[in-house]
Each structure stands twice: as C-alpha cells, then as structure tokens.
Write a protein that binds this ligand. Structure first.
Ligand SMILES: CC(C)(COP(=O)(O)OP(=O)(O)OC[C@H]1O[C@@H](n2cnc3c(N)ncnc32)[C@H](O)[C@@H]1OP(=O)(O)O)[C@@H](O)C(=O)NCCC(=O)NCCS
Length: 151
C-alpha cells in the first residue's frame, strides 16, 4: 500500500493517538477535536500502509490577527511526524500539502508559531519560505516566533 495524505474525518480523530500522546495532551486533544467538528480546523494525516505517522492542520480563526485574518491569512498548526519516521522528507511533504490546500482555499498568507529552541522546525519553516517574522514572544514554553509565508 502506498504512502498518502488524507483529510482526517473527525470520527477517526482518535487514530492520531498513533502520532502523538493524546492522553498526556488531553486538553489540546479536546480543543483540536472541537475545532475539527466545528469546521475551524482541517487536519491532513500522512498514512504509511494502514498506520498514521504524521499530521498537519489548517486553522481558520485563531482569534489572533497575527495568525489569522478572515479569507486572507490562515494558520498552520500541529505539524508533527512520528520520531522513528523523521528526516525522510515527510514533514516537508505535509507542509507543502498544507500550503497547497491554503492556496486552493484562496488564502494569500500562511502563518506558523515555532519555539526558538525547536531548531528542526525552525529550519524547515525558513527553508519552506516562512521568511517574515510577525512577532517575537515568550510564554511558558520559552521564546517563540510567529512566522509568515506569502502565497
Ligand atoms: C519538525 C518535524 C515536523 C520535521 O519532520 P521531518 O519529517 O523530520 O522533516 P523532513 O524530513 O521533511 O525535513 C525537512 C527539513 O527540516 C529540517 N530538519 C528536520 N529535522 C531536522 C533536524 N533533526 N535537525 C535539523 N534540521 C532538521 C531540515 O532543514 C530538513 O531538510 P533536510 O533534511 O534537507 O536537511 C519533526 O521533527 C517533528 O515532528 N518534530 C516534533 C513536532 C514539532 O516540533 N513540530 C513543529 C511544531 S512548530
């Protein structure tokens, strides 16, 4: 069976537990699920055979104009690849897929938030054209950047 990226049906949400620990991150999982059902989030999953090994989402309203502006700016959320599958191009493939969907949906800009100490993700985003810094901030997780790519 070939690898492929699919739009996640909310009823299959729990299958993402193969990608990240939903019990440990129950608050986040609950929010993501509600957003999926409400239509504010769309999640794309990377399937290898019958296993989900990565995901990325688009969020349409983050209630933060740095991240989302109606019909213009969309937010890329929760790009993640299972550790044992890392560094094989899957993260970049998922990112490119999300960008293509954002273009199809008519957006002009896509944003992402990244911790400054997450070198792998930071490098991936910069290489993928997220070359404008919208905001430099700090929260409980440390210093972070809001980055933007024009589409
Ligand atoms: C960030 C992440 C999604 C990358 O996924 P991946 O499938 O390993 O990425 P790819 O193989 O497509 O790599 C694409 C580029 O990302 C960068 N990169 C990825 N892993 C890296 C690492 N360990 N060190 C340095 N750069 C790295 C490189 O620029 C790489 O290009 P290259 O392989 O040509 O050098 C993955 O490491 C991950 O899931 N991390 C944990 C979750 C996370 O932090 N998500 C981002 C939240 S903002």
């Amino acid at each position: 069976m070939e690898d492929q990226i699919e739009k996640l049906d909310p009823k299959d949400f729990k299958r993402c537990g193969n990608i990240w620990d939903m019990e440990k991150n129950a608050g986040l999982a609950g929010r993501f699920y509600r957003e999926l059902v409400d239509g504010n989030r769309v999640t794309y999953v990377y399937r290898a055979g019958d296993r989900l090994i990565g995901e990325v989402s688009l969020v349409f309203d983050m209630d933060d104009p740095d991240y989302t502006v109606k019909d213009r700016r969309v937010y890329m959320s929760r790009l993640i690849v299972k550790r044992e599958w890392s560094r094989r191009g899957i993260g970049r493939t998922l990112l490119d897929f999300a960008v293509d969907r954002a273009v199809e949906l008519g957006y002009n800009e896509i944003t992402v938030g990244v911790d400054l100490d997450n070198y792998a993700a930071l490098r991936l985003y910069v290489e993928a054209g997220f070359d404008s810094i919208v905001y430099v901030g700090e929260d409980d997780g440390g210093r972070f950047l809001k980055l933007l790519r024009r589409l």
